[in-house]
Design a protein around this ligand. Structure first.
Ligand code: SAM
Length: 275
């Protein structure tokens, strides 16, 4: 997207809730019949789950998140929007508390980079998603892929995310992991959000991202937001803003076979090696 299409954001808190309608556009691309069971992983504020409820007329949508504060926020948003079919639960994405083949569809929106630190953990997550999906079920995965960053301001936003906490995977890595655990990719598209934070809003964004780690997970060694701001401020000001969450890459995949999950023991071993 060129500079002309950018929306200058003056209220940092609100840009993320809407993201220029990208959640809705993505949910509309999922070819499903009404009355299905859906799961939203890393549901955060619950916006993607609530969009699934609005657009897909499911029987039920369950949103799960590791952070209790996010689950509470999602419940509040569900209440505010008179949701009747969505429920939100605190749960770890790697240990989904559902029997195999429970869901017709699983979604996850901008959460992959928060949930998975490396390729092995991404495969493990996808294996767990494969387990809870019925044969032929859909996996709607929306994430950020670094190769889509076009402008210096978009590249800087990814650099800041990575500096604070998130890792990103390329399209090829994601596709390979999906296929390895029994998915076939049916569509691959990307959606510009047009978000461009003004410098002062970029500062609020950095503070929010750093402080959120303590709020959500009690991290005592969270990055100091003022130090992060001081480090990146000159480049943000020179660019006139920060294009955060500017592109969303959407994989629509279908479960074509079952897999044996990556064993826990292997995960533990891999952690020991990395330590
Ligand atoms: C960027 S936020 C959520 C975005 C949200 N899906 C939306 O539509 O706006 C990513 C979420 O992933 C959650 N998360 C990180 N690791 C997780 C895990 N192991 N299991 C479940 N949720 C996790 C975080 O707590 C955070 O709320």
């Amino acid at each position: 997207m060129g500079e002309r299409g950018l929306r200058v954001i003056r209220e940092f808190q609100s840009y993320y809730d809407d993201l220029n309608g990208v959640r809705r556009a993505i949910v509309r691309r999922i070819p499903v019949a009404p009355g299905q069971r859906w799961l939203d992983i890393g549901t955060g504020d619950g916006w993607f789950a609530l969009e699934i409820e609005r657009v897909l007329s499911p029987r039920v949508v369950i949103g799960i998140d590791l952070a209790r504060c996010e689950v509470e926020l999602a419940r509040q948003h569900a209440w505010d929007s008179h949701s009747r079919l969505s429920a939100f639960v605190q749960m770890d994405a790697y240990r989904l508390g559902f029997p195999s083949e429970t869901f017709d569809g699983v979604g996850t929106f901008l959460a992959l980079q928060d949930i998975c630190l490396d390729l092995l953990s991404m495969r493990r997550l996808f294996g767990e998603i494969n387990r809870v999906l019925r044969p032929g079920g859909w996996f709607a995965l929306a994430t950020t892929t670094p190769e889509d960053a076009e402008t210096p301001s978009q590249k800087l936003a990814l650099e800041i995310y990575q500096y604070i906490r998130a890792g990103f995977f390329t399209k090829a890595e994601i596709q390979e992991a999906l296929e390895r655990v029994g998915f076939e990719v049916e569509h691959l598209e990307f959606y510009p959000t047009g978000v461009n934070l003004e410098p002062e809003e970029a500062k609020a964004f950095i503070q929010f991202e750093c402080d959120w780690l303590e709020r959500a997970y009690g991290w005592r060694n969270k990055p100091d937001w003022q130090a992060v701001w001081a480090r990146f401020e000159p480049r943000i000001r020179a660019l006139g803003g920060l294009e955060v969450d500017a592109k969303v890459t959407f994989f629509l995949a279908r479960k074509v076979r079952m897999v044996n999950p990556v064993p826990e023991r292997l995960m533990e071993l891999s952690r020991e090696v990395r330590a």
